[in-house]
Design a binder for this molecule. Structure first.
Ligand code: CMX
Length: 133
């Protein structure tokens, strides 16, 4: 793991949350991007090396819609950047972590991503991500 790449925050409405986070962070949202396979629209902010990703669901079956129904808006996941996602997935599997996808998926912001089940990570949904080169 190289660093915290981003923190994901589940929101009901990007049109409400984007101006709020622009004020909070005193910086503009630099990108909005849909990820159809996850049924979300993402919005990104950058502060130093770390990004904040706001996530709005686009369908009731989206992980974000289910999360908000259950817990309300809030911190959804922490994403760590890795140099080689395939090697890191093997390593984590070997350590007994439960991977939520067997193969890396295409995520937002030009990344390959994989999630670990929060039950095995002290209640925090962890994402690992690698820049697509
Ligand atoms: N953080 C911490 N705990 C979470 C969680 C989250 N983000 N999402 C769900 N949970 C908890 C649930 O509350 C539940 O806890 P309890 O059993 O104590 O009630 C437990 O995890 C299991 O939940 P579940 O009902 O069995 O499963 P869900 O249908 O809620 O799915 C999860 C949970 C993590 C497996 C699913 O959300 C998933 O596969 N996530 C990975 C994909 C994803 O999150 N995509 C959206 C972001 C995409 C992006 O960043 O581009």
């Amino acid at each position: 793991m190289l660093k915290v790449e981003h923190i994901g925050i589940a929101v009901r409405s990007l049109s409400d949350a984007i101006p709020l986070y622009e004020k909070l962070l005193n910086t503009d949202c630099y990108k909005q991007e849909p990820v159809d396979s996850e049924a979300v629209i993402t919005a990104f902010f950058k502060k130093g090396e770390t990004k904040i990703e706001l996530l709005e669901a686009t369908a009731p079956e989206s992980a974000i819609a289910k999360f908000i129904d259950k817990k309300g808006e809030g911190m959804h996941h922490i994403a760590f950047e890795v140099a080689d996602i395939y090697a890191e997935m093997e390593r984590l599997k070997g350590e007994g972590f439960v991977l939520l996808n067997e193969q890396p998926k295409k995520g937002a912001d030009n990344k390959l991503i994989c999630f670990l089940h929060p039950k095995g990570t002290a209640g925090v949904l962890i994402e690992i991500c690698q820049e697509i080169r």
